[in-house]
Write a protein that binds this ligand. Structure first.
Ligand SMILES: [Zn+2]
Length: 305
């Protein structure tokens, strides 16, 4: 886990003082490390010292998913009612090896309506000795009744220096490259790690140059295509970074403020257009919370760039 140490310390203190709640919702931007945090939180409850020692049976078994008292739902597509029933069955069993059962649902917004209603019933009367943890980058898509039953843990953007340290120490990056990636990642460590392995930022910025040459019909087609294939939250994040850099570079007249191979003069947007585009990107990021279709969101962006 990178960053958000204080949030983990808070739940550790709650645990040690016996005041832990029975359900939690971990929220925060895409790529901030919600799953890593949830894993660390879970391991803490099984750890012999409750300090995430990393070496005891509880830490190891939770980390490698062989802990019989730890249940994780981490599905690619929709989370269906059968999965929630299975989770319910599991947490209703007596703890087998440790003192409690912990269930984790990654990306809780992926639950179907039936699955969400079924989870709500569990949250209303959770089995004794059980803790349920949900994660979501788009909590706006969750039922209000589910949110109100969970204690919220909001993860925050991680300081640039922490991300640079991680990239240079654990990913073998040179300082300059670590700085460039940390700038693009805007405090999101999972994004920084992903860029360190596969840097697709340049490609998505290149796309912005291309789309300005397309006609309306082509833009609609691209929106449909992207909605199917791409991670829209990550894309909007890239574009926001790019346009913010471009705005700073335009205002200060420094090409080196850009995190791409291009120079300021290679982009025709004026300051006013850039500010407009940034407004639209921010609005569209909020729309994602309210379950508006990705295709519509992308159309709105592509028509305004
Ligand atoms: Zn441990």
């Amino acid at each position: 886990m990178i960053g958000n140490i204080i949030q983990l310390e808070k739940v550790r203190m709650a645990y040690k003082n016996g005041v832990l709640k029975q359900s939690y919702l971990i929220t925060g931007p895409w790529d901030i490390g919600k799953k890593d945090f949830a894993m660390a939180f879970s391991a803490m409850m099984f750890c012999e010292t409750n300090d995430n020692c990393g070496t005891c049976k509880g830490c190891k078994k939770t980390g490698n998913l062989s802990n019989p008292d730890f249940y994780i739902l981490n599905e690619d597509g929709q989370i269906k009612i059968d999965s929630i029933r299975e989770l319910n069955k599991n947490i209703n069993l007596k703890p087998y090896e440790f003192e409690r059962k912990v269930a984790l649902i990654i990306g809780a917004e992926k639950m179907t309506t039936e699955a969400a209603n079924s989870l709500l019933k569990i949250l209303e009367e959770p089995p004794e000795d059980s803790i349920i943890i949900l994660t979501s980058a788009v909590p706006g898509q969750l039922l209000e009744t589910i949110k109100s039953r969970c204690q919220d843990i909001k993860l925050k953007n991680v300081p640039k220096k922490v991300i640079i340290d991680e990239l240079t120490k654990n990913h073998g990056l040179e300082n300059d490259e670590a700085l460039r990636i940390a700038t693009i990642a805007l405090g999101r460590p999972k994004l920084a790690e992903s860029l360190a392995v596969n840097d697709d930022y340049g490609e998505e910025v290149e796309f912005l140059r291309e789309i300005t040459k397309k006609n309306l019909c082509e833009r609609f087609k691209l929106a449909a295509d992207f909605a199917e294939k791409k991670n829209i939250l990550r894309l909007i994040g890239y574009w926001e970074t790019f346009f913010m850099d471009l705005l700073k570079a335009k205002i200060n007249g420094h090409d080196d403020l850009l995190t791409t191979k291009y120079k300021v003069k290679d982009f025709s947007w004026g300051v006013r257009s850039i500010v407009n585009i940034l407004d639209i990107l921010e609005k569209m990021r909020e729309y994602i919370q309210s379950k508006i279709k990705n295709k519509l969101i992308l159309e709105n962006i592509f028509l305004n760039i």
